[in-house]
Design a protein around this ligand. Sequence first.
Ligand SMILES: [Ca+2]
Length: 286
Amino acid sequence: MPIEPIPEDALAVIRRDNEDSWPREFATTWKCIKCIMAGDGGAEELARALAHDEIVPYLQPLVELRTERTAGFEVLARWLHPTRDVVQPLEFIPIAERSGLIGALNERLLHRACAAAADWPADIRLAVNVSPSQLRDPTLPERLQAIAEGARFPLRRLSVEITEKTVIEDFDVARRIFGILKSLGVQIALDDFGIGYSGLRRLQLLPFDALKIDAAFVESIATQQESRTIVAAIVNLCHSLGLTAVAEGIETRDQADMLRQLDCDHGQGWLFGRPMPLAEVPSSLR
Ligand SMILES: [Ca+2]
């Protein structure tokens, strides 16, 4: 997506009070600047947080359900706010989306996670979330490639997670980007499957490698027959299409046992580990 030029008078307004602290590196989109000029304090604070490296990756383990061995980690965002507790993504990802900062935010998280993971065992994968605006940007594959190569992290160890809604926004662009990512060795997972816009046709037309079954089904799997039936059907669908089935939000031993009985391949949730700072990952792998 071409970057809209930023009018000089807008930059002058932005710089007025913030000559030293203005995060120019992240103010590369007119959308972000318009947000800030319109008085969106959230966008301004988030841009500053990015410039000061306050948004950091926390990694949550993804395990093979059969062995409970760690297969990789999903990269999640946390805001180490200078005056508050750690801020959860629900509070700031919507701001990042509306201000156009989400791409810069996700890329920065990816860079830090890749740089750390390059030294971890070679079978440990990283999964990163890709936003709707990133998936509209035809340069996404080369951007991800540059980040991974810069961090000496092999692209074949990278997965991108994309929600159903994201895929729907611009199907043709998504399909082109998917094709390039696959040719680079990147795997693609459909995130939060089952709660949104489930178009099975898209599963057929897009080259997914994995489906992440939404936590809403996992939560009641040990107590409700209907949830079990739905999850069993999704796992069967995955295997028929040659995809890996991943269950999200596993919190109890009963849920894990049930998913294993249903032949679900991978799992993620507090039972296996909460999101942790990068520095804690190596000891979790021992
Ligand atoms: Ca995800």
